[in-house]
Design a protein around this ligand. Structure first.
Ligand code: PGA
Length: 256
């Protein structure tokens, strides 16, 4: 298995600039000694703290991710932030299509696709989130929903380097609920996503792209999740807000 694990902390609407700097210094300390051949690590603070995070993490293996982006380069789009602005603030990744954005902020498959293309054009790495709701799962449409979100999200992307794209499978019923998908549930869907990536992009992209699992990941369940072939890391919400628990997830991911 040549895919290096990737652990991303999605802070959502938490932490001020001062709290971000503290956290990043602490995380840098906790991860000294690790190198990027073993694991990739990123934190996704709110927009206001991106550049403070980048500064505090300089010289470490930890990267900075944004939690969203808008696809235009510049323009009259009050409240929006472009890929170039994220790069300027020190970001390497941007999360797009998170279920909270789909649910509360009218994010659609089409807007997610435009955001992915704009990020790739700027040399930033999209972390494309997708996943079924509880109603989808109970109604037997998990695979149909995941297929639609994957096909629409990746449509027409010009990306040949698998290191330049990340997909995150996040079953909505597992986010913030404490109810983690079982390793087999995650594996089943993530293997399916990988097959779709081969069709939509290319077999080498499918082979190398990292597919993360997200939804109530904790230090206690990361090791088991990482035993699955198609689980290449995690997108962590709640448990990423504390340096100790996030560091334990990072070290747990290396075990595979
Ligand atoms: P959670 O969130 O780890 O708190 O379930 C995951 C996410 O929303 O990315």
């Amino acid at each position: 298995m040549s895919r290096t694990p990737l652990i991303v902390g999605n802070w959502k609407m938490f932490k001020t600039i001062a709290e971000t700097t503290d956290f990043c210094r602490g995380l840098k300390e906790e991860t000294t000694g690790l190198d990027e051949k073993q694991v990739g690590v990123a934190v996704a603070p709110p927009f206001t703290a991106l550049s403070a995070a980048a500064q505090a993490l300089r010289g470490s293996l930890i990267s900075v991710a944004a939690q969203d982006v808008f696809w235009a380069e510049t323009g009259a789009y009050t409240g929006e932030v472009s890929p170039k602005m994220l790069a300027d603030a020190g970001c390497r990744f941007a999360i797009i299509g998170h279920s909270e954005r789909r649910q509360y902020f009218h994010e659609t498959d089409d807007s997610v696709n435009k955001k992915a293309a704009a990020l790739i054009k700027e040399g930033l790495i999209p972390i494309l989130c997708l996943g079924e709701t509880l109603a989808d799962r109970q109604g037997g449409s998990t695979f149909a929903v995941v297929e639609r979100e994957t096909r629409e999200g990746l449509k027409g992307l010009s990306v040949r380097d698998p290191g330049k794209l990340v997909v995150a499978y996040e079953p909505v019923w597992a986010i913030g609920t404490g109810q983690t998908a079982t390793p087999n549930q995650a594996q089943e869907v993530q293997a399916f996503i990988r097959k779709l990536v081969a069709e939509i992009l290319s077999p080498p992209m499918a082979q190398g792209v990292r597919i993360l699992y997200g939804g109530s990941v904790k230090p206690e369940n990361i090791v088991e999740l990482m035993t699955m072939n198609d689980v290449d890391g995690a997108l962590v919400g709640g448990a990423s807000l504390d340096v100790k628990s996030f560091s334990r997830i990072v070290s747990g991911s290396i075990s595979r």
